[in-house]
Design a protein around this ligand. Sequence first.
Ligand SMILES: C[C@H](O)[C@H](O)[C@@H](O)C(=O)CO
Ligand SMILES: [Mn+2]
Length: 429
Amino acid sequence: MTSSSNVDSAFALATEQYQSIGVNVGAALKTLSTIAISVHCWQGDDVAGFENTGEALGSGLAVTGNYPGRARTVDELRSDLEMAYSLIPGRHRLNLHALYGEFDGHVERDEIGVEHFQGWMEWARAQSISLDFNPSYFSHPKANDGLTLAHPDAGIRKFWIDHGIACRQIAAEMGAAQGNPCVNNTWVPDGYKDRPADRTTPRVRLAESLDTIFADPIDASHLLEAVECKLFGIGSESYVVGSHEFYMGYSITRNKVLCLDAGHFHPTEVISDKISSTLMYVPELLLHVSRGVRWDSDHVVTMSDELQAIMQEIVRGNHLKRVHIGLDFFDASINRIAAWAIGTRNTLKALLMALLEPTAELKRLELEGDLTARLALMEEQKTMPFGAIWDHYCQSSGVPVGRQWLDAVRGYESSVLSSRSDAAENAIA
Ligand SMILES: C[C@H](O)[C@H](O)[C@@H](O)C(=O)CO
Ligand SMILES: [Mn+2]
């Protein structure tokens, strides 16, 4: 185990080394401490939510694995989230989906209101965290044919439009209550498994439905509205109504936040390269930091080249104020709290690495045409003592240093998760 004084000594040496290449470690850490990652609630319970309708997860979303200890109630999910936040340095946000409301009996999606989220709002206030929100256009009988806001049936479309309007109001009230905008992200699964005869009309219907949802102006200090595109899904392999081009155009013409999910493009296509170009035309971006393995598989975020590239782009472009960083992965094959800790800590580590770059020098070398030095310094950067700065950040933030967080997860697993009935059943089986 790393002692606290070892962390301090390593930090002092590392700070000197960064100073020698012109990097101000104090300034990097100060910036990092202001970044709130929007941690997604749905990793904790395999995207089940609390409607208790028995409806299976659908619309192309799939969670695999049966690791014991899934959160089954609001209280369990909050307890697990508190545990996860205690392992992550900094103050972060919670991203809630509409199906995670506290419903006393059956409440239809088009009838949900802020009253169903009061408990979350009180909990968030007590935890000093802010909330983001998402309408849920899946896991519902009216979404089972793969169409919602683009549905040819006006009645079904109206149902989902009313859900969108209800969620917008809820998100705006969350934003007003917390004193900063709630980011409300719209993703709809709409598409076709096989080649459509008409690619145009569903897109016209989707745009009209979205325009109806967004018709009433709402104070941007309470609500930021994002729209999320996708290339394909399970069951919508041939056609997704809300494609990248669709939402790119929609967000530019309607002044909306564009959401880029790292798993929603061709396997070799990266969102890191989309940040600078999209920000030329849309006001802000929401990122769903995720990791697709061969498809949009929503694996836990690891310290991949692409994760580092995403954070480098945000920092090098000076885009921190215009990019909202959210997470979107769900893995039920490992401890779910560990999944949150690994993915969120990695996202922050990648951000810190980017903040510790000698960005101005790299840009100057590029401008001068010294591409040899640019590559040489970028590569040297990879072996700078970044870990010592990260450990210091964890220690000074009062969260476990290095691998120690895993002991805390194991302790919580034996004292809390193992007594959940599905865990106990698994243990007997
Ligand atoms: C549950 C999320 O809203 C969902 O993952 C969505 O953001 C998405 O990425 C769908 O593929
Ligand atoms: Mn997503």
